[in-house]
Design a protein around this ligand. Structure first.
Ligand code: SER
Length: 907
């Protein structure tokens, strides 16, 4: 049975039983504790916890799941996937254990021609939590399982949670016996390769707190209702129903293996275990990478981006170890699209982007591999040169850490070079690094845990946001926090020292930072009892998405929990903020009009007067694209489009073509902001102008790269835009008046001036040298005689460069003939507009040239130059015939020349 059919049967079975089909959520939901969605129930957590009312009592889904902690098992075992599809049925306070067992059993064992999977009931086993006699009894009763095929297991296996605080409960798992050729008998407790887990039924009834492992966490108490959460591993069921040996050979993964085998010298399944593992890694990881990119992740150095990078690099390395050296990732992405596309249309619609991102990483990594290979060569040569035969653990670690070489690659290359590798040293460095990473992760969790201080308030209910309709609202203080601690009252005096005072209100007009729009500014003032209390609001954030916390500076009086206050947003601030945010939508729309749909939003930030917008794009924008984007934006401003917002179902909004941010999770009801009908349509919770003309002029400042494949445009809007333009205009007017031409002639005029300046400087150089040559002739003629040596020691014209001096000194020396001769020239500091050497004001260059006859007398230019150097606070050096240097004390020039004469005299 094909995988797509397995999915379909699951959905049909439960829809028939009154479940609503819910689409898979993105693999990224914005819980800071959860890197990726790792179970079907994740999108339903708020329903289990009672934070939101579920719109249905029964739901069914096939969820995209990512689990990477066992990444090293992939390809080695028969059943580990980093990406898998979890089919699940959910009951929110409706049916419980009996229903869950009944539904699962019938689907598994119903014959294929009656819509089931047709598993042989004799081969199925179940496990239950230690003391769950009820489930034990139900398996006997409903499924007719004999007691010996029902096993009791402890918390680590049969008490399920997400691994972090949240809903949890005892579970019951269903296993399939693959037969004696897969290992010893004795049920799942004895062997999980022979008895393979296919379905987990969780009786979700409690809430857990912090903990350290699967079987060590605090149970906080019961959930408001008893729920069901089940998860069936689609890949594992496919593996069994398709009669293949492992999940990598099922219909959706095998084509990737085949695509690689077509290009590799050694095929799949030909008795080379290591090769087969590499094939399976490539198949598994290619699919995971495509899905993760599809949901908006780009390769990076931490978090999700790092997981993606690691997957792609493992693919590339595995391919190389299989002997495929040419780029292959583009082709693998296409294979994944073809196999997975029917169930995941986003892989088809978004294919160009997915492939581009994956291939860009491959290109970059191949470059890294090349540099790594160079490093390897150096290390190997050095190792051999020192007479050793073992490459150090540190080298292997650097290759791994910096260049992404897996140890096996280093081992292989070392063997080729006749070396072995200090594997132990390598492992201990790896262990150190892991310990560091663990400490980092623990530190991050700590930061997250602090939110528990707000827990009670989160439970009492959300803050009502009034700011779409009004800027001033009456509200009540729900809680006061100083430096993270809840206090009953805060005053100007008691909080003067703290810059972390927070007021939490039951309703507020203040926009809390989100969706790229920064928080509103304004004030909160007391009414009634605390009438003199006044605070300036400096920041507003959301806690657990529902509670608004206002960070404030208390300016006078005191605020008491429970008091009523007036919260007032600064209207000028808000006006600017709406311009910034609407401006961002306009630039986004214009960008896509000019660059096409591949320019996908990667992030944005806006505040009064300013916006920036990041998007996926390879390479810089041309000047023409940039100005077109600006033009389209300003035309849309000028068109004075109406700005409309409304809420609708997520699916409806998407069907209308509303743009959503990749990787963002949206509730079922979303707010859509529309500017000018089809011009711009985005899912957005931000505040906006009422019509596009209110944004005012939009000036794009520039465009730059902010990381691989991501560009950023920045712009001013409204009055700031006007001010920016006004400043530029004033600048231009100033230039025009200085140059005495109309503005439009300024560029030509400046170009012309630069040209003439260059010509003049050239001419000046020429003349200076001509003068110097004439001077050289004079100087030679007027050489003084010191002892037996003819000496020319002279101060030269300001601004001569060291090169000029050298030429001249050579000329003079030539003219002095073959008697002993020394030439010493030193130039006063001067100014050159071309910035060449000799150009900076305070340099005093000098040169000494000594002919052969003088050298025979023991005079050396590199000694004499030191005599010159000291009085001008400089340094110099060179050879016996010619030396040069530079100093900075022009006042010492005469003294330097005198010292030189004295030195020659002495010798
Ligand atoms: N949440 C359970 C699991 O992931 C069942 O769906 O295994």
């Amino acid at each position: 049975m094909q995988t797509h059919e397995i999915r379909k049967r699951f959905l049909d079975h439960f829809v028939k039983a009154g479940h609503v089909e819910v689409p898979s959520a993105s693999v990224i939901l914005d819980d800071p504790n959860l890197l990726f969605v790792n179970a079907g129930m994740v999108q339903f957590v708020p329903y289990f916890l009672g934070q939101r009312t579920p719109p249905w009592k029964r739901a069914v889904s096939v969820q995209k799941c990512i689990r990477t902690p066992d990444i090293d098992e992939v390809g080695i075992t028969t059943r580990h996937n980093t990406f898998f599809q979890m089919a699940g049925n959910f009951s929110f306070g409706d049916y419980f254990k009996e229903g869950a067992i009944e539904y699962a059993w019938t689907l598994l064992t119903n014959p294929v021609d009656q819509g089931g999977y047709g598993f042989d009931p004799e081969r199925l086993w179940a496990t239950v939590y230690l003391d769950d006699d009820e489930a034990f009894g139900l398996w006997q009763e409903i499924a007719g399982l004999p007691a010996e095929r029902i096993q009791r297991r402890g918390m680590a296996d049969n008490y399920w949670s997400m691994g972090i605080p949240g809903p949890c409960g005892p579970s019951s798992e269903i296993y399939y016996d693959r037969g004696p050729e897969y290992g010893v008998e004795g049920g799942p407790v004895a062997n999980e390769d022979r008895y393979i887990e296919i379905w987990n039924l969780v009786f979700m009834q409690n809430e857990r707190g912090e903990g350290t492992s699967k079987d060590d966490f605090e149970i906080l108490g019961p959930l408001p209702r008893k729920n069901i959460d089940t998860g069936m591993g689609v890949e594992r069921v496919a593996c069994l129903l398709q009669g293949v040996d492992n999940v990598y050979e099922t219909d959706l993964l095998r084509p990737v293996i085949d695509a690689v085998a077509a290009r590799a010298p050694r095929g799949y399944g030909q008795g080379h275990h290591d090769d087969d593992v590499r094939y399976r890694i490539i198949a598994d990881h290619s699919r995971t990478a495509a899905i993760i990119i599809g949901d908006g992740v780009s390769p990076g150095n931490d978090g999700r981006g790092y997981v993606l990078r690691r997957l792609l690099r493992r693919i590339i390395r595995s391919a190389k170890l299989l002997g495929v050296d040419d780029p292959i990732v583009g082709e693998l992405m296409a294979t994944v699209r073809d196999t997975m596309g029917p169930s995941y249309p986003e892989l088809v619609n978004d294919f160009d982007r997915i492939q581009r991102i994956a291939v860009a990483e491959e290109t970059a990594f191949n470059r890294t591999l090349a540099s790594g290979s160079r490093l390897f060569e150096e290390a190997a040569t050095a190792t051999k040169a020192s007479g050793a035969t073992v490459l150090s653990g540190a080298d292997a670690f650097t290759l791994h850490d910096t260049y992404g070489f897996p140890l096996e690659l280093t081992l292989e290359m070392a063997a080729e070079a006749g070396l072995s590798v200090d594997e132990e040293g390598f492992r201990s460095l790896m262990a150190e690094q892991r310990a560091r990473a663990k400490a980092d992760a623990a530190a991050r969790k700590q930061a997250h845990m602090d939110l528990s201080a707000y827990r009670e308030l989160v439970d009492t209910g959300p803050t009502e946001f009034t700011g779409f309709d009004e800027l001033v609202s009456e509200a009540r203080i729900l809680g006061i926090f100083v430096d993270g601690r809840r206090v009953p009252v805060v005053s100007h005096e008691t909080s003067a020292e703290s810059d972390n005072v927070e007021l939490i209100l039951d309703r507020t007009p203040f926009y809390a930072e989100s969706g790229g729009q920064i928080a509103d500014e304004g004030s909160i003032t007391g009414t009634g009892a605390s009438v003199s209390a006044k605070a300036a609001v400096t920041d507003v954030q959301k806690i657990a998405k529902t509670l608004w916390t206002h960070r404030v500076k208390v300016e006078s009086g005191e605020f008491v929990e429970g008091d009523t206050v007036v919260a007032a947003v600064d209207p000028r601030w808000r006006h600017g903020a709406t311009q910034g945010h609407s401006g961002t939508h306009m630039v986004h729309a214009a960008l896509r009009q000019v660059l096409g749909p591949n320019a996908v939003q990667a992030g944005s930030l806006n505040r009064p007067g300013y916006l920036r917008f990041d998007f996926n794009w390879q390479g810089a924008l041309t000047e023409e694209q940039r100005s077109q984007i600006e033009e389209v934006t300003n035309q849309a401003v000028e068109a004075d489009y109406e700005v409309r917002s409304f809420t609708t179902e997520l699916e409806t909004a998407k069907a209308m073509g509303a743009m959503a941010l990749f990787g963002e999770s949206y509730p079922d009801e979303v707010r859509v902001v529309e500017i000018g009908g089809p011009f711009s349509l985005e899912l957005c919770g931000g505040t906006h102008v009422r019509s596009s003309a209110q944004i005012g002029p939009v000036t794009i400042l520039g465009e730059a790269s902010v990381g691989s494949g991501v560009r950023r445009v920045e712009a001013y809007v409204g009055l700031d835009s006007y001010r920016h333009l006004a400043k530029e205009r004033a600048l231009m007017a100033g230039l025009a008046s200085t140059l005495k031409v109309p503005s439009e002639e300024v560029p030509a005029r400046v170009a012309n001036l630069v040209e003439r300046l260059r010509a003049a400087e050239k001419e000046l150089d020429r003349m200076r040298l001509a003068n110097a040559k004439a001077a050289a002739a004079n100087a030679a003629a007027g050489a003084e005689l010191i002892g037996k040596v003819r000496v020319v020691a002279q101060r030269m014209a300001a601004g001569m460069s060291a090169a000029d001096l050298r030429t001249l000194a050579g000329d003079i020396r030539g003219k002095l003939g073959s008697d002993p001769a020394v030439v010493a020239l030193i130039a006063a500091p001067g100014e050159r507009s071309d910035g060449k050497s000799g150009g900076d004001n305070d340099t005093v260059p000098f040169v000494v040239a000594v002919n052969q006859a003088a050298q025979d007398l023991g005079l050396r230019a590199n000694d004499l130059v030191k005599t010159l150097a000291a009085p001008v606070e400089g340094r110099g050096g060179g050879k016996a015939d010619l030396a040069q240097g530079a100093g900075k004390g022009a006042a010492g020039i005469d003294a330097a020349l005198a010292a030189l004469r004295a030195e020659i005299d002495r010798s």
